[in-house]
Design a binder for this molecule. Structure first.
Ligand code: PRX
Length: 635
C-alpha cells in the first residue's frame, strides 16, 4: 500500500503541487495564477484566475482526435429508441440546444431548471447550459410538484427545460401535469418552458406565451455554432438540490475548473477508464452520480457514456449485461439496490452475455452488504469496488484507487480516503480524533478538494453553519455519517447521524416526507423514520397522529386513510417518498422538551432496543408505537 499512501500523503501535504499537476488533465483557455486560495475558510477557490469551460472540455476538445468516436450511447427499453451520437454529432446537438437557449435570452449566470427523463436531450441541455455559462439545476424526474416548486423558488430559473412525459416500466409519467402544478405552487415561476415532445402525452397542450416546442426551435438552428462562454474557474457550473435535516433541500453549488479537474482525475485514478472506451453508469441525470458519471466525467475524459432509460429487469434481467457485451463497456457504475434486484433473478440471464470487457464494477450510494458484493463479483468475475461519497463532494471520498495501486478490497468497506481528502473520525461530543476500531463521525479537514461543493446556492452562511460547525472552535466538514476504521486502515460506513434516509440509494429527508404527510387535512402530527429493508436498504415509515381518532377506529378506516396519505405524498414528492406504511397513533413519543424520539421509534421498528426512555414525557406514546409495530408484524 506504499504507493497509495505516498500518493495520498502528497495530496494532503502538498495540495498545490498535487492539484497543479492534475489540472493538466483538462484544457485551460487561460492558465491559473494560483492553485488554491484558502484565505476565507472554509471557502476554497481552486485554480484561481484559470479560465475554462465544461462543455469545451467534455465535447469540443475531442473533435480534434475523436470526432467520429461514440460519445453518447442512448438506449431506451421503454420506447425501444436507440441512438449513438459521436462527439461530432454531440457537438452539433449541443450547439443547436445552446442556440435555442440563447435565443430565449439565456446567458451567463442565468439558471435553467432541467426536469427531464433519461433521454439525450437532457444531456444536450446540461452541456448547452454550461457552454453558455448558464447554471443548470436538474431535478430528478421521479420528484413531483412540491419538490419541483421548492427548487424553482430557490433557484429562480428563467427557463425550464422539460419533456411531455417519462416512462417507467412501460407506463407513461405525464410530466406536464406535474409541471403545471409546480408552476402554480411556485412564487418565481420560469417565464419560458421548453418542451421536448416525445409523442407520449397525447393530450399535450402548450400554454401560449410560455411553452415552446423544442423540435421546432431546434429546426431553426441546425447549423448553429455557439461560441463557448469562458468562465473563471470558481464560477458556478450547476446547482443540485439535496436533502438534509430540515425540510428545505439545499442547493449544492459546484464550480467549473475544480469540478472538471476532479472528475478527470477520478476517471484516471479511481475508475481507470481510457479515452475511447465506454462507461456505463446506471444512475439518473437527476442525481449526483448521473451528473458526474453519466455526463461530465466520461465525456471530459474522452470516453463514450451509456445513457439508459429503463429498468434493470425489462425486457429481461439480462439487459444491462447485454449492453455491456454489445458496447464493450470497460467501466460500470451502479448501486447496491440494483444489484440486489438482479440477484433475485435467474443467474442464467447474466451468463448469456460476454462481459469480459469489464474491468471493474463500482457501486456507491448506500451500504453494500457482503452477500450482494460476493454474488456479483463471483458472477461477473471482476473486482467490485464499493466507494463512498455524497452529492456535496461530487466524487469519491473513500475508495479503492486501482489507478494508483491495486489494493485488496474488504467486503463491507469502501477502502481508504481518496487523494485530496484529509478524512478523520471524530468523537461526536468532544470532537477528539479517534483511533482504529472506534466509532465516530466521518469528517474532512478543510479545505475540501477540487470538485466539492463551493457553497449552498445563495446562502454562504448556511453552507458554513450546516457543514462546518459541528465541532467546537474549529471548522471541520462533517459528512453526517458514522464510520469506523479497522487496524488495516479500511473504513466502514455505519449510517447517518442526521435525519436523512437512503431508500434504494436515493437520498431523502424524513422532514420533507413529514411535511408532505402533514399536507393531508386529517393528520395533526407525524414522525417519519427510515427502517431497514432487505431490498432497498431503508424504507420510510410514518407514525401519524390523526385529528379525529374515530376515522381510524376500524381496519377499513385505517386502510382508507393510509391510501389517502400515500396519494398526498405521491403528489407532493413523488412515489419515491411514499412511506412503506402509515401507522396511526394518538400520541408520539416525545421528550419533556417536546422533541420526537425518532431514534427510539426507528429502533423499535427494526426490532432493536429503543435505548434511553427516561426523558419521555408520557410513556403512552412509545407504547402506541410498539403496539402499532406488533400489529403490523402479526398481520
Ligand atoms: O450516507 C452515505 C450514503 O449516501 C449518502 C450520500 O448520498 P448522496 O448525496 O445521494 O450521494 C451519493 C453519491 C454516491 C452518504 O452520506 N452512501 C454513499 N455511498 C455509500 C454510502 N453509504 C455506505 N456505503 C457507501 N459506499
Amino acid at each position: 500500500m506504499t504507493t497509495y499512501r505516498e500518493f495520498h500523503r502528497r495530496s494532503i501535504e502538498q495540495p498545490e503541487a498535487f492539484w497543479g499537476e492534475q489540472a493538466k488533465l483538462i484544457d485551460w483557455r487561460q492558465p491559473f495564477s494560483k492553485v488554491l486560495d484558502y484565505s476565507r475558510p472554509p471557502f476554497a477557490k481552486w485554480f484561481v484566475g484559470g479560465v475554462t469551460n465544461l462543455c469545451h472540455n467534455a465535447v469540443d476538445r475531442h473533435l480534434k482526435d475523436r470526432a467520429d468516436q461514440s460519445a453518447l450511447i442512448f438506449i431506451s427499453t421503454e420506447t425501444g429508441a436507440n441512438r449513438t451520437y459521436t462527439f461530432r454529432e454531440l457537438h452539433a446537438e449541443v450547439n443547436r440546444c445552446a442556440a435555442v437557449l440563447r435565443e430565449q435570452g439565456i446567458g451567463k449566470g442565468d439558471r435553467i431548471l432541467i426536469y427531464m427523463p433519461m433521454i439525450p436531450e437532457a444531456a444536450f441541455a446540461m452541456l448547452a447550459c454550461v457552454r453558455l455559462g448558464a447554471i443548470h439545476s436538474v431535478v430528478f424526474g421521479g420528484f413531483a410538484a412540491h419538490s419541483l416548486a421548492s427548487r424553482i423558488d430557490d433557484a429562480k430559473p428563467k427557463l425550464m427545460f422539460t419533456a411531455d412525459a417519462g416512462m417507467r416500466g412501460g407506463k407513461p409519467i405525464i410530466y406536464q401535469a406535474l409541471v403545471a402544478d409546480a408552476i402554480r405552487l411556485s412564487r418565481h415561476p420560469p417565464q419560458k418552458v421548453v418542451i421536448v415532445n416525445r409523442g407520449i402525452d397525447q393530450n399535450l397542450k402548450l400554454v401560449a406565451g410560455r411553452d415552446l416546442d423544442y423540435a421546432s426551435l431546434r429546426d431553426r438552428h441546425l447549423s448553429a455554432q455557439v461560441p463557448v462562454t469562458w468562465l473563471e474557474s470558481s464560477e458556478p457550473s450547476y446547482i443540485l438540490y439535496t436533502s438534509g435535516t430540515t425540510g428545505k433541500p439545499k442547493g449544492v453549488q459546484r464550480d467549473t475548473g475544480g469540478h472538471a479537474v476532479a472528475l478527470a482525475a477520478s476517471m484516471r485514478y479511481i475508475y481507470c477508464g481510457k479515452p475511447g472506451e465506454t462507461m456505463f453508469t446506471t444512475s439518473d441525470i437527476g442525481w449526483v452520480v448521473g451528473h458526474s458519471y453519466i455526463v461530465y466525467g466520461p465525456l471530459i475524459y474522452g470516453m463514450a457514456s451509456v445513457m439508459y432509460e429503463g429498468l434493470p429487469i425489462r425486457p429481461d434481467p439480462g439487459i444491462w449485461w447485454k449492453i455491456v457485451a454489445e458496447h464493450k463497456v470497460t467501466v460500470m457504475f451502479s448501486s447496491p439496490t440494483a444489484i440486489r434486484v438482479l440477484k433475485k433473478q435467474d443467474p442464467a440471464h447474466l451468463r448469456k452475455y460476454d462481459v469480459s470487457s469489464l474491468r471493474n464494477l463500482f457501486l456507491a450510494g448506500e451500504p453494500l452488504d457482503e452477500p450482494t458484493a460476493r454474488w456479483i463479483s463471483d458472477a461477473l468475475r471482476v473486482p467490485v469496488i464499493d466507494h463512498y461519497w455524497q452529492t456535496e463532494t461530487g466524487w469519491a471520498i473513500l475508495s479503492s484507487m486501482p489507478g494508483v495501486e491495486a489494493t485488496p478490497t474488504k467486503f463491507g468497506s469502501p477502502s481508504f480516503p481518496a487523494y485530496g481528502y484529509n478524512v478523520k473520525l471524530l468523537h461526536e461530543g468532544s470532537g477528539q480524533e479517534l483511533g482504529a476500531n472506534e466509532k465516530g463521525v466521518v469528517t474532512v479537514e478543510p479545505p475540501l478538494p477540487p470538485g466539492c461543493m463551493t457553497t449552498v446556492w445563495g446562502q454562504d452562511e448556511r453552507f458554513v453553519q450546516t457543514y462546518f460547525t459541528s465541532f467546537k472552535d474549529r471548522l471541520t466538514y462533517t459528512t453526517f455519517d458514522w464510520g469506523i476504521r479497522d487496524d488495516d486502515g479500511y473504513y466502514f460506513i455505519l449510517g447517518r447521524t442526521d435525519d436523512v434516509i437512503n431508500v434504494a440509494g436515493h437520498r431523502l429527508g424524513t422532514r420533507e416526507i413529514e411535511e408532505a404527510v402533514s399536507g393531508h387535512p386529517d393528520i395533526a402530527e407525524v414522525a417519519v423514520v427510515g427502517v431497514a429493508d432487505q431490498l432497498k436498504g431503508q424504507v420510510p415509515m410514518a407514525f401519524a397522529v390523526v385529528k379525529d381518532a374515530t376515522k381510524v377506529a376500524t381496519a377499513e378506516g385505517r386502510r382508507v386513510l393510509e391510501k389517502e396519505v400515500f396519494d398526498v405524498v405521491d403528489k407532493a414528492l413523488g412515489a419515491i417518498g411514499r412511506p412503506a406504511r402509515v401507522h396511526f397513533v394518538t400520541l408520539l413519543p416525545k421528550t419533556r422538551s417536546g422533541k420526537v424520539l425518532r431514534r427510539s421509534i426507528q429502533a423499535l421498528a427494526e426490532d432493536r432496543d429503543p435505548g434511553d426512555l427516561t426523558t419521555l414525557d408520557d410513556p403512552t406514546g412509545i407504547e402506541q408505537v410498539r403496539a402499532a409495530i406488533a400489529s403490523m408484524r402479526a398481520n
